[in-house]
Design a protein around this ligand. Sequence first.
Ligand code: FES
Ligand code: FES
Length: 228
Amino acid sequence: MDEAKNALEDAASSPSDCAELDHWLLFGDPETRRKFLKRIAGTTAAFTIGPRIFGLYNSEAVTVSPSPAKGTVQTVRVQFKINGKDHQLELDPRVTLLDALRERLRLTGTKKGCDHGQCGACTVLANGRRINSCLSLAVVHEGDEIITIEGLANGEQLHPLQTAFIENDGLQCGYCTPGQICSAVALIKEGHAKDDAEIREWMSGNICRCGAYPNIVAAIKQARAKSV
Ligand code: FES
Ligand code: FES
């Protein structure tokens, strides 16, 4: 903090500047902060102390890897079973399972919502476990069995949870629905669907922006009752 303060004081040019800086350092006043940043914008001090003040990084620890030149990315071969079918893909190791499903295999039932593990729209089952496919690299699923929403129905016969979602109006726009259903399949298997509170708690990683939650809970209860 002292180091940052000294640097800030160096950057300021008058006693009134210093007073403002002290005020900002102690109280974090946004107006003062805005004024200060405007004043030092473009100076060496802004580049040196700015990231440290905001806790963005420890400059000594950061290493920036250059992007690989075009055509030099080493691809990795990955084999997995998706919805009962064997697939072999050559992938950039940075590709997520979600992108491999959607962009390479055209299984677009799995949705990309936040792409940051916060909404659950991308939920799929990996060896029976529900995962956020946007947070999982495809290459770590070598040999895994992945089930997406496209793999739940048995031919023309819908999965009991798909039927229950339809019968209970468990969807409005439907964007979250594939993730909700995949998540609910695992939820019931895990034994975490005993009552409304438990269902809500264990489905809390699946966000529905339309707020269809009461109907989603009803659908899960209906499917659970049929599965026991
Ligand atoms: Fe994966 Fe939101 S898209 S959690
Ligand atoms: Fe629209 Fe859930 S039905 S987000």
